[in-house]
Design a protein around this ligand. Structure first.
Ligand SMILES: C[S@@+](CC[C@H](N)C(=O)[O-])C[C@H]1O[C@@H](n2cnc3c(N)ncnc32)[C@H](O)[C@@H]1O
Length: 359
């Protein structure tokens, strides 16, 4: 599929992308300097709501909050405008899969409904959430590049987890909440003999992910399913992974997904998730504004489970459903620069892996 855009549409996308990168790194320094100038007003052990009350007086924060919201809306609308002229062609392209000789596969299940906890939720304010538009996968992809300041263009987050998990003789690997497969692809390179699956409930993500994997010459088997209820046999999988899934599901699903991963894992198999560190770690070991920003972004940008998930001890979730040897580890973070040479204004915090084994 060759996407063709007028110069005007391309220029608009480039402009909105630039704003998005500015949203991610340009507005923060103003917030940090306001915080540094005013933090003595907070006392020695401020709560999150104390920090919120202080930061809401900051012009940089008030501007940034509106900026982020409107910038995302402009981005999604711009992507839809860009696709408008080729709409039918793009849909036909996405709907053509499992052709003879194709690498990998795509297994859709038209019975799958969006999770109940996404009723009336458009995560990240994406119109139609992950599933409601045929172009949802493309919207997600073209937004996430500039949002992450292109520091994940080579799937650095996926590689961080793939490299952080202890090496093993993994023959079957399942990546949960894979979306367009960015977190899935590294396993094709790291374990070339393994059968690699990507699971997501949202068909538009998987259709586009399937195309991206083919384009990059990677054999991924995409499966439409809820991570809480997957079409894999008991004791059949060596490794189950999930990046950025857990902060987007409700409390019950956190347990249900961990339990379902345990069911499909072989004895000795591993379940590993990766997210930003919990609030407690961010506050105590990194910059307090990292906690504030994650919490407020979650509330403003329709990521409603962020405040809950980042308040939990993730080991309790895995221990609670029966994993053994549950532990956490810090992994290199190319976005914030932890163990790399990138500067980041909220403190260079690591990615946070939580991992357990099936006894
Ligand atoms: C933030 S995206 C993460 C994408 C991917 N792991 C990555 O790192 O690029 C979260 C994904 O989880 C999916 N998701 C959310 N709840 C799910 C569920 N219960 N079962 C399967 N997928 C789910 C969404 O559709 C979305 O594609």
């Amino acid at each position: 599929m060759e996407f063709q855009f007028s110069r005007t549409k391309q220029a608009k996308y480039d402009f909105i992308s630039g704003l998005m990168e500015y949203n991610s790194t340009g507005i923060g320094p103003g917030m940090v300097s306001f915080y540094e100038d005013n933090k003595k007003k907070l006392g020695s052990d401020p709560s999150l709501s104390d920090t919120k009350a202080l930061m809401e007086k900051s012009t940089a924060y008030r501007f940034g909050a509106f900026f982020e919201y409107n910038n995302h809306a402009m981005m999604f609308q711009t992507v839809l405008d860009m696709l408008e002229n080729q709409k039918d062609e793009v849909i036909e392209w996405l709907d053509t899969f499992n052709e003879p000789g194709a690498l990998g596969s795509l297994t859709l299940n038209p019975e799958i409904q969006p999770p109940r906890y996404y009723k009336n939720v458009e995560i990240h304010t994406q119109p139609g959430c992950y599933h409601g538009s045929a172009f949802a996968g493309i919207m997600y992809h073209w937004m996430i590049g500039p949002f992450l300041c292109h520091r994940d263009d080579k799937d650095e987050m996926g590689w961080a987890l793939a490299n952080g998990i202890p090496k093993g003789d993994y023959k079957t690997i399942v990546d949960l909440g894979c979306a367009i497969g960015k977190s899935t692809l590294p396993y094709c390179d790291l374990y070339p003999d393994a059968k690699v699956y990507g699971v997501d409930y949202a068909a538009p993500q998987l259709k586009y992910g399937h195309k991206l994997a083919e384009q990059r010459g990677k054999e991924v088997h995409f499966v439409q399913a809820h991570a809480e209820d997957m079409p894999f046999e008991d004791n059949s999988v060596d490794l189950v992974t999930a990046i950025w899934l857990y902060h987007e599901v409700n409390r019950k699903a956190m347990d249900d997904i961990a339990r379902e991963a345990l069911r499909i894992l072989k004895p000795g198999g591993r379940f590993a998730i990766m997210e930003s560190p919990p609030f407690k770690v961010l506050t105590e070991d990194y910059h307090p504004l990292s906690e504030f920003l994650l919490d407020s972004t979650g509330r403003r940008m329709e990521d409603p489970f962020i405040p809950l998930f980042f308040s939990l001890d993730r080991k309790d979730i895995l221990n609670g459903v029966g994993y053994a040897d549950v532990r956490e580890e810090q992994l290199p973070n190319h976005l914030t620069g932890w163990s790399t040479d990138v500067n980041y204004f909220f403190g260079a915090y690591p990615w946070w892996m939580t991992i357990g084994e099936k006894a």
